[in-house]
Ligand binder design. Structure first.
Ligand code: AMP
Length: 454
């Protein structure tokens, strides 16, 4: 999860990074930060909270320079210290460095233990600190070679924006698991961002996706330097399309909303329901529910209202609070639902908490039948490549059959999109990362590897 942005060669670098992070707030609400470089030094502002809470006009007086990198952090339970906010800044032999990272390194414990054995001191639990240490400890003279040294030692999913006092380095892992795109700013500067929705807000023109395994180097007065560091083996994450990315973003040339419509249509083919109405779980299920209703030829209604002032249900650590938060967030429109047989569509089923609450809520609002449909395959494995999914023990589909889950959540029926159906909806030309569904940990690690920390 998380979002990164990098801006280079713009007089408004910090403000542009700020707007880009604002557009990508959905990717992480725990903490946010921006660092800028003005050739002499790096300036950093980061804190817990939302983008609009952390930055104000005063802050931009500090954040000077024509290069800015930024980060929104999505954290799992517990580690909510400001120390865990990014970018991570350090002084080392070659000067100053700042790093923003989206993804998850599967060998972070091995690397960290080795660094600690050699005397390194860590301030946080984040794998991003490994990256800074590896760069600092490399014996190479040039930063670019130190970065390459570091890249040869890390495994897993990463998109990186690394800033020195004068340059910016952008790297995407060889599988391209997390999205990263390059855009051109109206003032001639450059922007890279996790999602293209950031470009739309700052008026940037999409140029291309950063290639899997590619490093870009930005330097004042020079063309962007590109080097293919690793042989690419493109495996973009299917879950970005299912849930995580904003519907207006384009990943790998595909608009996220359109992909969700297609998943919904496919779901109607694979798991139809005899109903009067199709309802989405807002906002995550809206596009898929439209596709599902269209596929069935059934009526579509926004029969559940979402309170937008509540954070995502996953953020709170305990089960009791999660349950309460679902009720705080969603509420049914009784006259629309009463006496009707409804299909309710969500984008994914993880622990089953949301679905159970929704079925209960719809039945209490007078629904005659509630058929739950999920526009994704069953999540049976924890993702170790940057999506925050819990351990196998907590994943309801890892431990129960579809019929058992239907009973557990109180639904009259339950249906999922098949893995083949998902791939067909997204387009068969790509070899997607489907690790949560098929357990193929192609980028290293396994179900027991350390989970997402950034
Ligand atoms: P659950 O209630 O545990 O079954 O989670 C499913 C709900 O959480 C769905 O409404 C999804 O939109 C949402 N969701 C799925 N994956 C994630 C995630 N990694 N982080 C936060 N929310 C998620």
């Amino acid at each position: 999860m998380c979002a990164i942005v990098g801006v280079y060669g713009s007089d408004n670098a910090a403000k542009i990074a700020y707007y880009a992070l604002f557009a990508m707030q959905h990717r992480g609400q725990e903490s946010t930060g921006i660092s800028t470089a003005d050739n002499r030094t790096i300036h950093l502002v980061k804190d817990r909270g939302l983008v609009t809470e952390v930055f104000d006009e005063e802050v931009f007086k500090v954040l000077t320079g024509r290069c800015a990198i930024g980060h929104n952090r999505y954290s799992t339970a517990g580690d909510d210290s400001v120390l865990d906010a990014q970018p991570v800044f350090a002084r080392y032999k070659l000067g100053e460095i700042s790093v923003a990272h989206n993804g998850n390194l599967v060998n972070k414990n091995e690397v960290r233990n080795e660094l600690i054995d050699n005397g390194a001191i860590f301030q946080t639990g984040m794998d991003t600190e490994n990256i800074v240490h590896l760069i600092a400890k490399s014996q190479k003279d040039a930063l670019v070679d130190r970065i390459k040294d570091m890249l040869s030692k890390i495994e897993g999913a990463y998109c990186l924006a690394i800033q020195s006092r004068s340059k910016m380095f952008v790297i995407r892992d060889r599988f391209g698991i997390r999205p990263l795109s390059l855009g051109k700013l109206p003032d001639g500067g450059w922007i890279v961002a996790s999602e293209t929705c950031a470009f739309d807000l700052v008026g940037a023109q999409f140029v291309r996706d950063v290639n899997p395994g590619e490093m870009l180097i930005f330097e004042e007065g020079k063309e962007i330097y590109s080097e293919q560091i690793f042989e690419p083996d493109y495996r973009p994450c299917a879950f970005e399309y299912i849930y995580f990315a904003r519907p207006d973003s384009v990943i790998d040339g595909k608009n996220v909303y359109e992909m969700r419509l297609r998943m919904g249509r496919k779901l109607a083919e694979e798991a139809p329901a005899d109903v009067d109405l199709v309802l989405p779980v807002p906002d995550s299920g809206v596009a898929a529910a439209r596709g599902y209703a269209e596929g069935l030829g059934a009526a579509f209604e926004m029969g559940i209202v979402r309170n937008h002032y509540v954070g995502r249900t996953f953020i709170e650590p305990t089960q009791e609070i999660r349950d309460l938060k679902v009720k705080l967030k969603l509420s049914p429109i009784r006259p629309i639902i009463e006496g009707k047989r409804v299909a309710v569509i969500d984008d994914s089923l993880v622990r089953g908490t949301t679905s159970r609450q929704i079925v209960k809520m719809l039945k209490e609002a007078g629904a005659a039948e509630v058929h739950m449909r999920i526009a994704a395959p069953e999540i049976k494995f924890p993702c170790r490549y940057g999506i925050d999914t819990p351990t196998k023990a907590e994943l309801i589909s890892a431990n129960h059959s579809v019929e058992e889950i239907a009973e557990l959540i109180g639904a009259d029926s339950l249906g999922f999109l098949s893995i083949e159906g998902l791939v067909e909806a997204l387009g068969k030309e790509r070899n997607y990362s489907l690790v949560s569904f098929d357990g193929d940990y192609f980028a290293g690690g396994n179900a027991d590897s350390p989970g997402c920390s950034v």
